[in-house]
Design a protein around this ligand. Structure first.
Ligand SMILES: NC(=O)c1ccc[n+]([C@@H]2O[C@H](COP(=O)([O-])OP(=O)(O)OC[C@H]3O[C@@H](n4cnc5c(N)ncnc54)[C@H](OP(=O)(O)O)[C@@H]3O)[C@@H](O)[C@H]2O)c1
Length: 254
């Protein structure tokens, strides 16, 4: 299959020459998403960002940002506005489950204000600030998308096991923030949509300490997850904005 035919299948619902941005390009899933998108001949430019500025490539322009520093996010959005004008696709692929001394809680006895506020800062507040700064850049004439990676365990309705309090609660907060922003975005831009996505359980650093309990057939490699997420994004219409979808396109209850 030729390059053009392959790329037509990738994100055919976006306009030819679409412009994309991936926040979290250094992560397992974020890097796989960047590789897929930058290999698409229909993509004009992909902005790829992480705390450490990633390497640049033919279609890839790198940027640095930190979720805990709104000024860094605002500066990146201003740069994209200047160089790209409008964006067709923004994927927020950042997140933490464990970091240094922070581990997911097995019991409420392990709750700590510091770990809770850090999870909220990285998993909910930072992505919401990205939406704040990039939503005005979304293209108006044709379909445009903001997709933030959440997690099924952030579903309150689906929570039967307990545990992982900070991660679950911060992802539930992310889902609510994205839905709230989606309502506002819809009022201003009828072709835009803003959703949260569950990528499946994916073999990355984030899941590494917990992979032993996952059946091999349920542990995706990042490339598989990324290609499924791209299909989901491609299939979505603005009428589905504000919802939470899994890697297979199924909606997840909040
Ligand atoms: N892997 C799974 O099984 C799984 C399951 C459900 C949901 N998810 C969700 O999918 C998303 C991606 O996960 P992943 O598995 O790809 O994780 P990962 O490989 O650990 O990548 C995490 C990403 O978050 C970025 N990040 C962390 N703190 C940051 C900060 N302060 N500022 C800017 N960026 C920051 C990292 O950038 P640096 O390089 O700068 O650290 C990295 O790009 C997350 O939202 C995660 O919750 C993953």
């Amino acid at each position: 299959m030729g390059e053009a035919a392959q790329s037509a299948e990738l994100l055919g619902s976006l306009r030819d020459g679409y412009r994309a941005a991936v926040f979290g390009a250094s992560g397992g899933i974020g890097a796989a998403l960047c590789s897929l998108i930058e290999g698409d001949a229909r993509c004009d430019v992909i902005y790829a960002g992480a705390r450490q500025r990633p390497a640049e490539a033919a279609r890839r322009q790198a940027f640095a940002f930190d979720l805990r520093d709104e000024d860094s996010i605002a500066a990146v959005a201003a740069e994209m506005k200047q160089t790209a004008g409008e964006l067709d696709l923004v994927i927020i692929a950042t997140g933490i489950l464990h970091e240094d001394a922070i581990q997911p809680e097995k019991s409420m006895r392990a709750l700590s204000a510091g770990a809770l506020s850090h999870a909220y800062a990285i998993n909910a507040i930072g992505p919401a600030l990205i939406v704040k700064h990039v939503a005005p850049l979304l293209r108006r004439e044709t379909k445009s998308v903001i997709a933030a990676l959440s997690a099924r365990v952030g579903s309150i309705g689906d929570n039967r096991l307990g545990g992982w309090h900070a991660y679950r609660a911060s992802k539930a907060a992310l889902n609510q923030l994205i839905r709230t922003c989606a309502i506002e975005i819809a009022a201003k831009n009828k072709n835009a949509l803003c959703v949260t996505l569950h990528p499946g359980t994916v073999a990355t650093e984030l899941s590494a300490p917990f992979q032993r309990s996952v059946a091999p057939e349920n542990l995706f490699d990042p490339q598989f997850s990324a290609s499924r997420l791209i299909h989901v994004i491609d299939d979505l219409s603005p009428a589905q904005s504000g919802q939470f979808f899994a890697w297979d396109g199924q909606p997840i209850a909040f």
